[in-house]
Write a protein that binds this ligand. Structure first.
Ligand code: ADP
Length: 267
């Protein structure tokens, strides 16, 4: 029997008087890669914040089989890591220092005692895994968007989580980095005991990464399940437009380029 990574039953969350998540219920087994999809403002990031312990919630939530209501943030951080793009990039830390930030949760004597040899070894291993060997002493403020994203990946891996949360990790990345990151995370998510939950805008990337899909609209679940739930009707309902027609047009345009037909057409 496979273990559950996440179990939500009637989860509500919001900001002050603004209720955002209105009774979210689903469960996800370990080893799954979940894409969270929905229009802007539907509550996708809010859901990630709940799972990362950053936001209060009501209802039932279990993470790796444990009731999350009594969990301290530090305890949660040993299981769940958010691959965040917003912190740690504006100060001139080196790549190694930034990746070591992911180790704090494992430092028994606290961050002020500094990292031990085990932490440094783990950080170096994650830097290697993210393809950044040789860049340890570069300042993160001098890196390109793609390189920076690798640093964030290495920092997330250094936390040694079971569940990685991603919030639109590919915005600002070019196509090559987008696909490389998705493929890396897909592979990571397929390892025993690992689970990935990613908020993604691009359906193509979602299909590349995920085997499970959660559609949210106005704080409620529209659909949850494997690839079999994906229908043109669901995509139209989610985004309020004919998504299939849009994708078909894009595919046709690419086909013209592949066959050189665009050269004989006026712009
Ligand atoms: P999504 O990720 O689907 O675009 P969010 O979860 O970020 O949506 O936001 C859902 C709703 O919550 C939006 O109406 C947004 O304005 C509101 N919201 C998000 N963050 C905050 C916040 N820190 N304080 C108050 N309202 C917020």
């Amino acid at each position: 029997m496979s273990n559950k990574a996440l179990e939500l039953d009637g989860v509500f969350a919001g900001y002050g008087e603004n209720p955002v998540l209105k009774g979210i219920s689903f469960s996800l087994e370990e080893g799954r890669r979940l894409a969270v999809l929905g229009p802007n403002g539907s509550g996708k990031t809010t859901l990630l914040r709940v799972l990362d312990g950053l936001l209060d919630w009501r209802g039932k939530l279990k993470i790796l089989g444990k009731d999350a209501s009594g969990m301290k943030r530090e305890e949660l951080a040993k299981s769940v890591a958010m691959m965040s793009q917003f912190s740690g990039a504006s100060l001139p830390y080196t790549v190694e220092e930034t990746v070591l930030m992911g180790r704090y949760v494992h430092m028994p004597r606290g961050i002020f005692a500094g990292p031990g040899e085990k932490d440094r070894r783990a950080a170096r291993e994650c830097i290697r895994a993210a393809g950044l060997s040789g860049w340890e002493n570069r300042r993160v403020t001098e890196l390109s968007g793609g390189q920076l994203q690798r640093v964030f990946l290495a920092r997330t891996l250094a936390q040694e989580p079971s569940v990685i949360l991603l919030d639109e990790p590919t915005s600002h990345l070019d196509l090559k980095y987008q696909t490389e990151l998705m493929d890396y995370l897909k592979n990571w998510g397929q390892q025993p005991g690992h689970t990935v939950v990613g908020v993604l805008h691009d359906i193509n990337l979602a299909l590349r990464l995920a085997d499970t899909f959660l559609f949210i609209k106005e704080g409620k679940i529209l659909a949850f399940g494997g690839k079999e739930i994906l229908t043109p009707h669901l995509l139209d309902e989610t985004y309020g437009m004919d998504v299939a027609a849009y994708m078909r047009e894009a595919a046709d345009r690419m086909e013209e380029i592949i066959n050189g037909k665009h050269l004989s057409k006026p712009l």
